[in-house]
Write a protein of this length. Structure first.
Length: 249
């Protein structure tokens, strides 16, 4: 009887490390990747791997979390600048950084409301009421949006009416709820919501190229992390992201 109990305890202890390794990697992903990254995680799990755990937020908030010592395995940012910050701090695993996605910047309005916004009418239209944007000082979508408005000569008119949101999805939500008649988000955000419509699209040259880099973090210890990173960059992974409106590199 005693020998049997000891055998059970021994088997349990031997199984513990295996169970720990069965946990999927923790991925910190820009808020705009919510649907696409979740679909990629599902596809990875369907291949017999533990499903990655994904935390979505503004790239700025996620990068600061890593800087503060937060543990994670992969980081997917909505701009190169926040990845640059982590690379300068020595927080990325060597030779794992890749630019893998692109996007477009659009003006949105509640579905069924408002007219079209052109570069000629941009300042006048967007300054007529609250304009929902991600924080223009730190969040990539907000920074891209501010750069475009400055380039098109509309920022000085629009700036007093901007409602700054903590992330691009928070800006999207303001327009969805009718709290703002217009917002500036990514084209993929607009595609993800049936409650808004695209009222205008910013010219590509009006702002820095929208580039999503991906990297494994130096502190990563999950053996699944590198495999999932390769999957996201693979042909099969790119098909998933294109389905949600992203361009791939």
């Amino acid at each position: 009887m005693v020998a049997r109990k000891l055998s059970i305890i021994l088997l349990t202890l031997m199984a513990a490390p295996a169970l720990a390794q069965d946990k999927g990697p923790l991925v910190l992903a820009a808020a705009s990747l919510q649907e696409s990254m979740s679909a990629a995680a599902d596809a990875w799990a369907a291949r017999g791997h533990p499903r990655p755990v994904i935390s979505f937020a503004a790239s700025s908030a996620l990068a600061r979390q890593v800087q503060a010592g937060g543990k994670a395995d992969l980081f997917a940012s909505a701009d190169e600048e926040w990845m640059d910050v982590l690379q300068r701090d020595g927080l990325l695993a060597d030779r794992t950084r890749s630019a893998f996605l692109g996007n477009r910047l659009v003006v949105i309005a509640p579905a069924g409301q408002g007219g079209q916004v052109t570069t000629r009418t941009l300042g006048k239209t967007l300054s007529a009421g609250p304009l929902a944007m991600a924080d223009t000082d730190s969040v990539p979508a907000g920074k891209y949006g501010k750069a475009a408005l400055e380039r098109l000569g509309a920022w000085s008119m629009v700036a007093p009416h901007v409602v700054r949101a903590e992330s691009v999805r928070a800006a999207l939500a303001l327009v969805e709820r009718g709290a703002a008649p217009y917002g500036i988000v990514y084209a993929t955000d607009a595609k993800a919501s049936p409650r808004v419509r695209v009222a205008g699209m910013f010219p590509i040259g009006s702002h820095p190229p929208i580039s999503y880099p991906l990297a494994r973090l130096k502190a990563s210890t999950n053996p699944e992390a590198e495999g999932f990173r390769h999957f996201l960059l693979s042909t099969d992974g790119k098909v998933i992201f294109r389905r949600y409106g992203f361009s791939t590199k």
